[in-house]
Design a protein around this ligand. Structure first.
Ligand SMILES: Nc1ncnc2c1ncn2[C@@H]1O[C@H](COP(=O)(O)OP(=O)(O)OP(=O)(O)O)[C@@H](O)[C@H]1O
Ligand SMILES: [Mg+2]
Length: 310
């Protein structure tokens, strides 16, 4: 991929130019000669456990894009896609990570010209006096042109009702998502119940988002797969006993369904803490065999202490 070359040279701006010049036809030829036309997408999302709906939506977008190109070749009408999205999901279900990934994938697909990712929240959009909000929101949209604008906790824009300046931010966003849908993707994200309430307060908004994706809470098997992958990515292994303890612990967590259980982020925190505990243990034991250096034990996980409730 051109991206890799460019980053090796450390010249990201040159990469952008170089890649802008890559003809989409060429790319599509490369992909269509592969056994599966979606191999590339599967590969890009291979690090994400689950998320079948999301992967299917991206495949739909990709297929439409390629077919559009073929239709254009035949002189048929080409239709532009609107790609704004709503993400509904509890903490740690992967909303931000996926949105960031989409920016680079859309760039690869030539849907976005720059593929950068701008994350904003209420304070970045809403001003303190009349007129300031529209200005602030427009400035952020301008910055996000060619990339993805990701607004987390989007429902906070509707917090104060009709008189609140949040409404002005929503109106400004709506106007621009209609006008600039060709080189700009807006993703609004938030927890499911709040997002649903947000949509009922703003009728007409939902229909402007062709993609509404639900990020479900993970099941224990999925959390275990995420844990094992996170450990493996860092070149560690969980011992059998550590796996067993973690699985039991996660069963309890998932059963309680506490509102602040943070799914995959919780697992990441457990693994990262285990890595620190493992380091302390090895220093104390003064044992550094290649087996010791990679093996995370049940004790390393420190599940009984459970300070990772974020
Ligand atoms: N399906 C998955 N497979 C592997 N890792 C995942 C998956 N989903 C989330 N993660 C990991 O979990 C962590 C938290 O994900 P992320 O920050 O994207 O969640 P979020 O939905 O944006 O949470 P919040 O609502 O609290 O902002 C990240 O390290 C991410 O890489
Ligand atoms: Mg997030």
């Amino acid at each position: 991929m051109a991206q890799v070359h460019g980053y090796k040279n450390g010249k990201i701006n040159i990469v952008l130019q170089e890649r802008e010049n890559v003809d989409f036809q060429q790319k599509s030829k490369v992909h269509s000669t592969e056994n599966s036309p979606f191999k590339h997408i599967d590969h890009e999302f291979s690090s994400f456990v689950g998320m079948t709906n999301l992967k299917n939506s991206i495949k739909e977008i990709y297929a439409s894009l390629l077919i559009n190109e073929k239709r254009k070749e035949m002189g048929l009408k080409d239709s532009k896609q609107v790609l704004h999205m709503l993400f509904k999901g509890n903490p740690g279900t992967g909303k931000t990570t996926v949105a960031r990934k989409l920016a680079s994938i859309y760039y690869e697909m030539n849907i976005l010209s720059k593929g950068h990712f701008i994350e904003a929240e209420r304070a970045d959009l809403v001003g303190e006096y009349i007129g300031q909000t529209a200005q602030k929101t427009r400035a952020i949209i301008q910055k996000a042109m060619g990339g993805i604008l990701f607004i987390d906790e989007a429902y906070s824009l509707a917090r104060g009702g009709e008189k609140d300046f949040g409404k002005e931010a929503i109106d400004t966003l709506v106007k621009h998502m209609e006008d600039n849908h060709e080189d700009f993707v807006l993703i609004l994200a938030g927890y499911p119940s709040e997002m649903n309430r947000f949509l009922t307060f703003n009728p007409g908004l939902e229909s402007r988002f062709p993609f509404i994706l639900e990020f479900d809470d993970y099941e224990v098997d999925q959390l275990m797969e995420i844990a094992n992958r996170m450990a493996a990515e860092r070149e560690y292994n969980l011992s059998k006993e550590a796996e067993w303890e973690l699985r039991n612990h996660l069963y309890k967590k998932v059963q309680h369904k506490s509102r602040n259980f943070s799914n995959a982020r919780y697992v990441r925190n457990v693994i990262e803490r285990a890595i620190r505990m493992h380091a302390v243990r090895l220093l104390k034991q003064n044992s550094y065999s290649s087996k010791d250096l990679v093996l995370l034990t049940g004790n390393d996980l420190q599940l009984d202490r459970d300070r990772t409730n974020s």
